[in-house]
Structure formats: structure tokens, C-alpha cells
Design a protein around this ligand. Sequence first.
Ligand code: PLP
Length: 362
Amino acid sequence: MSEKIVFTRGVPPPEAFPTGDLGECFDAAVREDANVVLQYGQQQGYPPLRRALAAEYGVEESEVMVGNGSLQLQDLLSAHLITPSGAVFTEQPSYDRAIATFRRRGARTVGIPLEEDGISVEKLEEALEKEVPAFLYLVPDFQNPAGATLSLEKRRRVVELSEEHGFWVVEDIPYRKLRYAGEDLPLLRSFGGSRVVTISSFSKLLSPGIRVGFALGPAGLISALTRLGEYTYLSPVLPTQAAVSEYIERGWLEPNIERLKELYSPRLSTMAEAVRRELPDAQAFIPDGGFFVSVMLPEGANTENLVGRAKDVDLVLTPGSAFFADPLDDEPAAGDRFVRLPFCAVTPEQIDEGVKRLAGLL
Ligand SMILES: Cc1ncc(COP(=O)(O)O)c(C=O)c1O
């Protein structure tokens, strides 16, 4: 049997975890602020961490909520904003768990085609003629699953449209700080709209297991989410939030991000080269950061039971259709031809071998 190669979940590899340093911060955080950290309360999150995030993003503390990972915040937001028979718009393809969350909360989830420079604004405008969603969910930087980054012009236009039509824009940015080349583009919130919510977490910068995520939005929305959080889990997990706060205060976050970039950047280059070499006819999305390269296989490719046949050659793939919401038009979604290729938790050798195996199946 050959070595199993896993191209499924976008998780950090074990060598990415700053175990010793984070352990030290846990210890300090719990000992030094035990009365707060080990107690119920602080439903909006650990105050020093909220203060640090408010300063970083230039918002008031009342506009920051820190919760148990960003996915739970997405769920609270969905519970709060989704109306019966209402819609949520996403990019098409989009993050599979987000699509599942919106559907579970009762939203018809409609996918607006994604282009190399982000969501198709033309298609978004077309969709808005028909209905206005509760919110538009975007991963503007190094998108999961495709890797695309939303252009400057489109960022501006999306915020304008949210004001014109009255829908929220949720920008989910867990990969934003993992940029290996090029320059940052402004956050959507920086265009000044009153209906932008920013969600992110420390899952990809420190550890997903600590479950520290945050949401930034208008104070009224943040208090509503905080109340919902309180009814759901009573009080967020404060020791991990305090450890992250300590880690940031010690000035360790930036150097850790630099270390991660050095670890991941060669993996991205290897994946990009392997895709260009082995899958020359596929439309490839090669990002400047994040965790994912992706390909849209050519129409003639043999995609019949691709995930099953990949398993037979010890290659684990996520079914492309998991990333597809309801199509905007009647046109069937191209999920069968879409393959997400996470590159961070695999070695360069596994990347080369895995892409070669994939090409052999087509
Ligand atoms: C776009 C996106 N949002 C949210 C999450 C979930 O992150 P968290 O661990 O903060 O819940 C992920 C995880 O892969 C993701 O890719």
C-alpha cells in the first residue's frame, strides 16, 4: 500500500503550533488573573483581548466580541440575522461549513459565481434584483476553498451595494495575515459601510484547538450576539482568550506569523508548480497566501466518482460539491469538477505525489 495523502481539511500541521510559548502564556494568564479567567462572566470576551483587538482594528470595545472560534460566531450571527424563508448569499464555491451553518439556521443559501478576483459583482447585482439577502458571506482574502482574493474595486462596490440594498456583509478573514507575497488590500469595513461585520480567529495563527475567534460590528449587533452567546454557552472559554491576550502582549504574535509564512510559503510554491505541471488543462487558482490552491478541471475530465477512485489510490479528497450552495441560475453547479488542494499540512513530497495521483485519475 502506498502512503496515504490527505488533501482534505485545511488544518495547521503540528509543527505550526507554538506549543512551549503558548503553554507559558496559559500558565501566566490563569495565575495572574484567576478571579476573572476562572469565573463565569465577561460574556463579550476577555476584556484585555477585546481592548487589544479594538486598538488593532480602530473600533470601540463595544464593537468587539470574542467567542469560541469564528464558526460559533457565524452561527450566532446566522441565528440572529436569518429570517424565515430568507436568503443568504455566498461566493460559489464557498466554505462548506459556513454553507451548512446557514442552511441549518433555515436560510436558502445562494451561491454567486466566484471569479479570480472574487465574487462576480455583475451576478451579485443580478441576484439583488430578485431578492435581498439577510447577509452576503465573503472570505475576501485567500478564500476557502478556492484561494481567490477580492479586488479593491469589488470590495468598494460590495460595500456600496450593501448600503443601497440594505443587507449585511460578513467578511470572514482567518487567512488574511498569512500573506506570502504582494500587498494587503483594505478590509471591507474600511470603506465605511454601516453593515459590515468582520469575523476572524486565532485558529490559523496559533491553534484551532484553543477556539478563540472574534467578531467586529456595530455595538447594537454585538450586544445582540453577546446575549445569544450567553443563552447558548453562558460564558465563553476565558482561559484560552487570556492566553492569547498574554501572547499578543508579549509581542510574540508577529514573529509567530513570520515563522508560519516561512513554513507555508514553500508549500504553496510546490503546490502551484505541481498543479501547473500535472494539471495543465485545469483552471487553477494560485493565491498569494492562505491555505488553499484549487482547480476547476476541464469539462472533458473523468470526474465520475473522483473521490471514491482517489481513495483507492490512497488519496483523500473533499467532494467538490460540498463547497457549492444553491446555484443562482438554473445552471447546474460545477461541483464535480472542483478540487480544493490544501497545502499547509502536507510536505512538499506529499504534494508532488498527491497531485500526480490526482492527475492519473482524470
Ligand atoms: C473561511 C473560514 N472561516 C471559519 C473557519 C473556522 O474557523 P474557527 O476555527 O475560527 O472556527 C474556517 C476554518 O477552516 C475557515 O476556513
